[in-house]
Ligand binder design. Structure first.
Ligand SMILES: O=C(O)C(=O)C[C@@H](O)[C@H](O)[C@H](O)COP(=O)(O)O
Length: 367
C-alpha cells in the first residue's frame, strides 16, 4: 500500500492507495478517531452501491459504527441542487449530528456531491473519500466539492477537505471502458502540468493502463495523486498555483454544460480542452510540436481532441463566460509551455477563443 500526505498543517490528511482497503474501512475510521457515537452517512450511486456498499457497511459496523446510506442515480446529472437536497434529507432522517461523518463511495460525481453535503450539513461535518474510479484520483484530493448549475459546472460549492482518502484499487477492475479512458485523461493532465517524465511514462504505458494492469494503475494513480497533493498543499484555495490543475477545464467545463452534462464524460471534455489549450499556445507562438505531442498522447488513450461540429461556437463561449475561470472581465486559460510545464494566462481575447474553436472543429487553419 502507498500512503501520500496532503500537507495542510493541522488539517493534513493521508491518501491510502492499495488493494482490499474498503473491507478495512472501519479500522481506518477508528485509526482516524472518527467517532462511533454519531451515525455515518454513506453516499453512493446505483452502479457502485450494489458492488461495494455492503462491504463498507459491514466493516464500519464491525468497528462499532452505525450507518445510513443514500444511493443516487449514476452520472453527472446527480451533481444538482435537487439531488443535494435528497441526500440532505437522508442525513437529517438518518439522525446525523455535528460529529457525524459523510462518506463518498463512488467516482467524482458522488465525491463532489457528498463533499458538498458534508461541507453544508450543520455547517460542516467530517468527510471521507472512498474513490472507485480513475477520474476520482483527481477529484477526491484537494477539497473542492460542488454541484452544478444548469448554466455552469461546479458553480455551487465549497472547499471542504476530507479526513482521509481511502483508494481501493480493486474497485477499478470493473470500470466500463469509457470511464477508464475518461479517468486517464486527468492522469495525463497531471503529467502535462507538472512532470514531463510522468507524462511520457503515461504515453509509454498507455496499453497497460487501458488494460487496467494493477501495477501500472497503482503507479499512475500514486504519481497523479502526488502531483495533486503537492499543488493543493501549496495553494489550498486557488489563489495562484492551484489554477494549473484547470488545464483543459476552461473549454472543457463549457462543453460539459452545453452538452447538458450528458454528451461528454468529464475526462473527455477535458481532453478536448487540453488539445484546445495546446493549440492556443501554438497560436501564441509556441512550437507546433506542443500541440502535436499533446494530441498524440491523448489519442493514444482514445480520447477526443476535436470539438464536434454540431456544437454552437457562441454557446461554448457564453458557457465559458459563466464559469469561475472568467473573472475581472478576463478568461483564465492554462497553456502548455512544454510537456510538464504550463503557464496561467489571463489576457486571452474572445477572438482567440473563437479561432481555436474553429480550429478544433476542423474549420480553421491550424498554425
Ligand atoms: O482541484 C482542482 O483545483 C482542479 O482544478 C481539479 C479539476 O480537475 C477539477 O475538475 C475541479 O473540480 C475543477 O475545479 P473548478 O474550480 O474549475 O470547478
Amino acid at each position: 500500500m502507498r500512503t501520500l500526505t496532503v500537507d495542510l498543517g493541522d488539517r493534513s490528511y493521508p491518501i491510502y492507495i492499495g488493494e482490499g482497503l474498503l473491507s478495512k474501512s472501519g479500522e481506518y475510521f477508528l485509526q482516524h478517531q472518527l467517532t462511533t457515537k454519531s451515525p455515518v452517512l454513506i453516499v453512493s450511486d446505483e452502479n457502485i452501491a450494489p458492488k461495494y456498499l455492503q462491504t463498507v457497511v459491514d466493516s464500519l459496523q464491525a468497528s462499532g459504527y452505525q450507518t445510513v446510506s443514500s444511493v443516487v442515480k449514476a452520472g453527472e446529472k446527480s451533481k444538482s441542487l435537487d439531488v443535494f437536497e435528497e441526500v440532505m434529507t437522508a442525513a437529517i432522517e438518518g439522525g446525523l449530528d455535528r460529529k457525524s461523518t459523510v462518506v463518498a463511495l463512488g467516482g467524482g460525481v458522488v465525491g463532489d456531491l457528498a463533499g458538498f453535503v458534508a461541507a453544508s450539513f450543520m455547517r460542516g461535518v467530517h468527510f471521507v473519500q472512498m474513490p472507485t474510479t480513475i477520474l476520482a484520483h483527481d477529484s477526491s484530493v484537494g477539497g473542492k466539492v460542488a454541484v452544478n448549475h444548469r448554466l455552469a459546472k461546479n458553480m455551487i460549492g465549497a472547499f471542504h477537505q476530507p479526513a482521509m482518502v481511502l483508494y481501493d484499487v480493486d474497485t477499478l477492475q470493473s470500470l466500463p471502458e469509457r470511464d477508464v479512458r475518461s479517468g486517464l485523461s486527468e492522469m495525463i493532465k497531471h503529467g502535462l502540468i507538472w512532470d514531463e517524465q510522468f507524462a511520457y511514462w503515461c504515453r509509454d504505458n498507455a496499453d497497460r493502463l487501458l488494460a487496467l494492469d494493477r501495477e501500472a494503475l497503482t503507479y499512475g494513480l500514486t504519481e497523479g495523486c502526488s502531483v495533486k497533493a503537492k499543488v493543493v498543499s501549496s495553494d489550498e484555495t486557488e489563489q495562484g498555483l492551484r489554477a494549473i490543475l484547470n488545464l483543459g477545464h476552461t473549454i472543457g467545463h463549457a462543453l460539459e454544460a452545453i452538452g447538458g452534462y450528458g454528451e461528454f464524460l468529464h475526462g473527455e471534455a477535458i481532453s478536448i480542452g487540453m488539445a484546445a489549450a495546446a493549440q492556443l499556445a501554438v497560436n501564441r507562438g509556441r512550437d507546433r510540436s506542443i500541440y502535436e505531442e499533446t494530441t498524440a498522447l491523448l489519442a493514444k488513450f482514445g480520447l477526443p481532441t476535436t470539438i464536434p461540429g454540431h456544437l454552437n461556437d457562441e454557446e461554448i463561449i457564453s458557457a465559458m463566460l459563466h464559469d469561475k475561470k472568467f473573472k475581472e472581465n478576463q478568461i483564465v486559460f492554462i497553456l502548455p509551455v512544454r510537456i510538464g510545464e504550463v503557464e496561467i494566462v489571463s489576457d486571452m481575447t474572445l477572438d482567440e477563443v473563437r479561432q481555436v474553436i474553429k480550429q478544433l472543429k476542423g474549420e480553421g487553419q491550424h498554425v
